[in-house]
Design a protein around this ligand. Structure first.
Ligand code: MN
Length: 211
């Protein structure tokens, strides 16, 4: 992803995530919220011609390279664009899902790092519930793999639109817990949103992302 940034198309229709995520939430989240991140990121990047050839991922890993005058705009809107571009791919209509749980290298890594899938889900859910205000819960891969050869996974939270990239992690799975992601259907019931979101996680994509 490079300047000029564009809103990505989704590979499914908004209503196909029903009843877990409703069509209106999807439509507003994608065409309004995500579009604003794209527009404001482009507006900021217009003021930094030297940065326009740099991949967004590289910019977000090294925010210090961004001119101070636009750094917080790039952090917030660049993070917003990056996080949401991943988020749409991390979910899938239940009808197209293929399998309900992680498979292969992904389940092996989850069991190595979190004992089992149930414990992993519990820890991820608690992390997402504990985000104060707006932010994200993430399953991330540590980029400094040790000689053991096993994948080191962690569950972390980031505030606002901060990305795991800025902390040196590669995001594998992320959950948007901003109220805009669930309020129309779930109002204040974030826990219910999280429980339902598990039903639309694209484990195939997440597994490919790990490897
Ligand atoms: Mn969002």
């Amino acid at each position: 992803m490079k300047y000029p940034f564009v809103l990505p198309q989704l590979s499914y229709l908004y209503e196909t995530l029903e009843p877990h995520i409703n069509a209106k939430t999807m439509e507003i989240h994608h065409t309004k919220h995500h579009q604003v991140y794209v527009d404001k990121l482009n507006a900021a990047m217009e003021k930094w011609p030297e940065g326009q050839a740099i991949e967004l991922e590289e910019i977000l890993k090294n925010l210090d390279i961004v001119p101070e005058a636009i750094r917080s705009a790039v952090r917030n809107h660049g993070g917003g664009h990056y996080n949401h571009s991943l988020f749409w791919q991390m979910i899938i209509p239940p009808a197209n899902k293929g399998f309900e749980e992680p498979q292969g290298a992904l389940i092996n890594a989850i069991e190595t790092n979190f004992s089992n899938f149930v414990k992993f889900k519990e820890l991820f859910t608690v992390t997402a519930l504990d985000v104060f205000g707006s932010g994200w819960a993430w399953l991330v891969r540590s980029n400094n793999e040790q000689a053991t050869g096993s994948q080191e996974l962690k569950i972390i939270a980031t505030p606002n639109q901060d990305t795991p990239l800025a902390q040196g992690f590669t995001p594998i799975l992320g959950l948007d817990v901003w109220e805009h992601a669930y309020y129309l259907k779930y109002q204040n019931r974030r826990k219910e949103y999280i429980e339902n979101w598990w039903n639309v996680v694209n484990w195939k994509w997440v597994g490919e992302r790990l490897t």
